[in-house]
Every structure is written in structure tokens, then in C-alpha cells.
Design a protein around this ligand. Structure first.
Ligand code: PEP
Length: 246
């Protein structure tokens, strides 16, 4: 039986300056105590190097598909590794929307992450309109086919299912719905790539202390990708502890 890695991942987005490293330190202190789970903080690029040494895993929030070159304002996988990252989020819905990133772009970024030695956290998720139209599974299967490269393994790839309408809204699908979608995502991963059903699949979208335990108890949920509730140790530590206890 494959044991899937359980991950409590925080996505700080465009939040955080040096003064906030105290939160990283406090989060990392808990993460270090809960060896059953990987505590991952995907920080702004400016903070990654400064957060080294606290004992928490560090990740970037995006990367360019090219190794280097004339791409003003972008960041490469090698740069993230150099700063101390071991993971990188790709295909977050905010990148898909704000920067027009396509499945093909995300697939190329995931490949670039692997080439640099990073684990890619590939995000997929349907919009509210797609959800209301009953298109969730078709959308997710399409995103898996288009944005998860062949060669994905539990060692180089994590999937985050994030319904776009649940991100930052306080809304979440019903708990049984999360389980059934995760089971379908896992099946689609298995169809798309050999062994894909063994990838860790995180749930993201308004995870917080109050709902973490019931979500993390679900059979096909291997952890969470958490935005707002990852910024403060007081909010994120209970989420990490809920995952460790599940
Ligand atoms: C996210 O940005 O990936 C996210 C899930 O945000 P939040 O937890 O704030 O909904």
C-alpha cells in the first residue's frame, strides 16, 4: 500500500514582509513537532531565503517555464531552489485569471519545476459558473489532462483541488462532495499518468480551524492548501494540528 504524503501548505500570496517572519517561526515550531505531516509555506519570493533554517518546508508561488533569460519580473526554478524552496505552486487560479496562464503553460511550468529539482503543486479547480452548470468533473479532467505532465510521481508532484468559488470566500462544497470530487480526481490522475492515483491530493478553498478536521478526515484528502488562514500562526497551527490528528 502506498502511503501518501500529508501536507499542510500555506499560500501567503502577495502578503508578508520581514516583520512577518515571526509568524513563520511560530508556524514552523509546530510543524517540527508534527512529524506526521509536511508543513509547507509558499511565501513571497522576497521572504523565502530569510525563512530558511526555521525547519519548515518552503515553496514559491509560481515560476517561469524557461531556465533563465529575458523575462523581466519573472522567477526561475533555479532561483527558487537557490533561495531554499523545495516546492512551487503552479496553476493557481489567481495566476490562471490574472496572468492568463493556460493548461499548457502550467504543464510547462511543472516540467521546469521538476528540472530544477522542485516538487510542483499543480492547482486545478472549477469556477462558480462551471460548478452551477454541473461541469466540475469535466473541467477537472480537462485540467489534469492539460496541465499534469507525463512523468508525474508522488516524489515530484502534488495536486491541489481548489474550487475557484471557494477561494477566499468562506464558502466550501459540502464535505461529502469534497470526498467524491477527490475520488474522481484521483481516478482521473490514475488514468492520465501511470501510478497517478498515488499522488497526494490537497483540498483548498476557505480551509480554517473550524472545518479542517472534517475535511482532512476524508479518505481521498491528503491535506490542504490554505490561503488566508495560513498568514497567522494562531490560525494556521490548528490546521496543521488537525491534519496531524486526522
Ligand atoms: C488559496 O489561495 O489557495 C486558498 C485556498 O485561499 P483561501 O484559503 O483563503 O480560500
Amino acid at each position: 500500500m502506498t502511503t501518501r504524503t500529508r501536507i499542510a501548505a500555506g499560500n501567503w500570496k502577495m502578503n508578508g514582509v520581514a516583520a512577518d517572519l515571526a509568524e513563520v517561526e511560530a508556524i514552523a515550531a509546530t510543524g517540527a513537532r508534527t512529524s506526521e505531516v509536511v508543513t509547507l509555506l509558499c511565501l513571497p519570493a522576497t521572504l523565502i531565503d530569510r525563512a530558511r533554517g526555521y525547519g519548515v518546508s518552503l515553496g514559491g508561488q509560481t515560476l517561469h517555464a524557461a531556465k533563465s533569460g529575458a523575462h523581466t519580473g519573472d522567477i526561475s526554478g533555479q532561483m527558487l531552489v537557490d533561495a531554499g524552496a523545495t516546492y512551487v505552486i503552479v496553476g493557481h487560479s489567481e495566476r490562471r485569471t490574472d496572468h492568463g496562464e493556460s493548461d499548457a503553460d502550467i504543464c510547462a511550468q511543472a516540467g521546469a519545476a521538476w528540472a530544477a529539482g522542485l516538487t510542483a503543486v499543480i492547482c486545478i479547480g472549477e469556477t462558480e459558473a462551471q460548478y452551477r452548470a454541473g461541469e466540475t468533473l469535466d473541467v477537472l479532467r480537462g485540467q489534469i489532462a492539460g496541465s499534469v505532465p507525463q512523468g508525474a510521481t508522488p516524489g515530484n508532484t502534488v495536486i491541489a483541488y481548489e474550487p475557484v468559488w471557494a477561494i477566499g470566500t468562506g464558502l466550501t462544497p459540502e464535505v461529502p462532495e469534497i470526498q467524491s470530487v477527490h475520488a474522481e480526481v484521483r481516478a482521473a490522475l490514475g488514468t492520465h499518468v501511470g501510478g497517478g492515483e498515488n499522488l497526494s491530493v490537497l483540498y483548498g478553498g476557505s480551509v480554517k480551524a473550524a472545518n479542517a478536521s472534517e475535511i482532512f478526515a476524508l479518505e481521498d484528502v491528503d491535506g490542504g492548501l490554505v490561503g488566508g488562514a495560513s498568514l497567522k500562526a494562531a490560525d494556521f497551527v490548528p490546521v496543521i494540528e488537525a491534519l496531524a490528528a486526522s
